[in-house]
Design a protein around this ligand. Structure first.
Ligand SMILES: Cc1cc2nc3c(=O)[nH]c(=O)nc-3n(C[C@H](O)[C@H](O)[C@H](O)COP(=O)(O)OP(=O)(O)OC[C@H]3O[C@@H](n4cnc5c(N)ncnc54)[C@H](O)[C@@H]3O)c2cc1C
Length: 443
């Protein structure tokens, strides 16, 4: 990569003046997956590209993604991908027609990063190293002569009434460009550089920013069994976790693993449910929300009762704790037996059917009250953002200001965990980069 920083400080000392001018075809702000991809797509189209990043390194969030392995995309069919992007996934049909998940796979394999498929279509580098994904992009930017400035926070977008004209850094330096791509991410995990800087810029350019909220975030509960930490660390495999409306009807159910923690619940099923908790809390004025856990989702209360009862009858002289040990994890079973007022040492012959029914209800419909989620800073993904209604989906161009483009998590698009957010960042980044390049050629 061509780094500009050295050159910049030279200019400072010689001229002792803060303002200097560079002319680029396309400036990309932000070195996350969307900005890196946008710079590559713009440079591939033959344009002179400058990428400006405020941190010391590019791709800080990318290299910690997927637990350091980077779940870079997902191999499911497009309709499934869209279903897994509950925050405006349908908007992506248009960008997908230009660059989609298969193109992402081909792109990385073409750069020498073979990918492998894991459960639910999730794609990872064979090396299990997110760093390899990031470095492949850096090398490609190098090959395409993208100029990179590090440690250079952008302060504002420069624009006139009709069009974008460039950017101003916090130092006061200004860089002019025909097109500017804003790829500064959302507000989740600000230590990686995503501190929400782009929202006021978008508003100044005439865009609407929809309300921001945490998504894919652990859920908080004050239930006594959470406060006492007695279930801390317990993971339930393939549980059906639901968020309930006031009337007890489920708003959403996700069947995946979940985890009890010292502050509440987490794990994939809970992360997916979390945005519905946030919305329901808002809707009911902050009153606690009920969640339901069916730890045996192939059964309901009646069929679970029949199964428990049949097991008990088959071994009437054995303690129920031992008879039912194969039903679910011992720690969970003992906890639920206590709630159903069942002595674990009781033998099947002595146990009233009503207590077995109570246990069956707990196993298939355990309810707990939650009162919130962790903050947006601790979330995996930002909900809300630059309204997609004001973005041209085929190009990612602003409908408010000529020459302005948006991509990645700054947009009001958010997916579940599973590779959907990096997919959205790379797809919108590619489309924004190539469109910005095309625009800069026309002007
Ligand atoms: C811990 C964690 C793990 C994740 N794992 C996965 C995963 O495996 N798969 C998946 O699909 N999604 C994952 N995600 C979500 C995914 O990483 C993000 O959605 C994605 O990184 C968003 O890309 P982006 O380019 O829009 O923004 P970001 O990655 O947030 O990058 C924005 C960049 O802009 C820079 N910037 C910000 N403000 C300025 C400014 N004023 N001037 C210059 N530069 C600026 C930032 O420093 C940053 O480098 C994960 C998220 C987290 C927090």
């Amino acid at each position: 990569m061509k780094l500009l920083n050295g050159q910049r400080s030279l200019l400072y000392t010689k001229r002792k003046k803060k303002v200097c001018f560079f002319m680029y075809d396309v400036i990309i702000i932000g070195g996350g997956p969307s900005g890196l991809m946008a710079s590559i797509a713009a440079a591939m189209n033959g344009q002179k590209v400058l990428l400006i990043e405020k941190g010391k390194k590019l791709g800080k969030k990318l290299v910690i993604s997927g637990g350091g392995r980077c779940n870079v995309t997902n191999r499911l069919p497009l309709e499934e991908i869209v279903k897994n992007i509950p925050g405006n996934g349908r908007f992506l049909y248009s960008p997908f027609s230009v660059f989609n998940n298969d193109d992402i796979i081909n792109f990385f394999e073409g750069l020498g990063v073979p990918l492998k498929e894991e459960d639910h279509g999730r794609m990872f580098p064979v090396s299990d190293r997110a760093q390899d994904v990031a470095e492949a992009m850096f090398n490609e930017m190098d090959r395409l002569n993208v100029t990179v400035m590090l440690q250079s926070p952008v302060k504002k977008l420069l624009m006139d009434d009709e069009r974008i004209t460039g950017v101003r850094l916090e130092t006061g330096e200004e860089f002019t460009a025909i097109a500017v791509v804003v790829a500064v991410g959302g507000k989740a995990v600000p230590q990686t550089g995503s501190t929400g800087d782009g929202y006021p810029w978008a508003e100044r350019a005439g865009h609407t920013v929809t309300e921001l909220y945490p998504t894919e975030v652990p859920v908080l509960s004050k239930e006594p069994f959470i406060q006492s930490r007695e279930l801390q660390g317990l993971a339930l495999r393939g549980a059906a976790v639901s968020v309930l409306k006031k009337n007890g009807k489920p708003i959403i159910t996700h069947e995946m693993d979940m985890l009890f923690t010292h502050f509440g619940i987490s794990g994939p099923a809970v992360l997916r449910c979390s945005q519905y908790v946030v919305k329901e809390l808002k809707k009911n004025g902050g009153m606690p929300v009920t969640m339901r856990i069916n730890s045996l989702p192939h059964l309901n209360a009646e069929s679970a009762f029949q199964e428990l009862h049949a097991m008990m009858k088959a071994e009437p002289k054995k303690s129920v704790k031992n008879v039912w040990r194969s039903v679910t994890q011992e720690r969970w079973l003992l906890f639920l037996m206590e709630r159903a007022d069942i002595d674990p040492q009781a033998i099947g012959a002595e146990l009233p059917a009503e207590k077995v029914r109570a246990l069956a209800r707990e196993i298939t419909g355990f309810e707990m009250v939650v009162h919130g989620t962790q903050s947006i800073e601790k979330a995996f993904v930002t909900g809300g953002g630059v309204s997609i209604k004001e973005i041209e989906p085929k190009t990612m161009a602003s409908r408010k200001k000529a020459g302005l483009y948006f991509c990645g998590e700054i947009l009001d698009i958010h997916g579940y965990t599973g590779g959907y957010n990096i997919t959205s960042a790379l797809v919108t980044g590619n489309v924004a980069g190539r469109s910005a390049a095309a625009f800069s050629k026309e002007v």
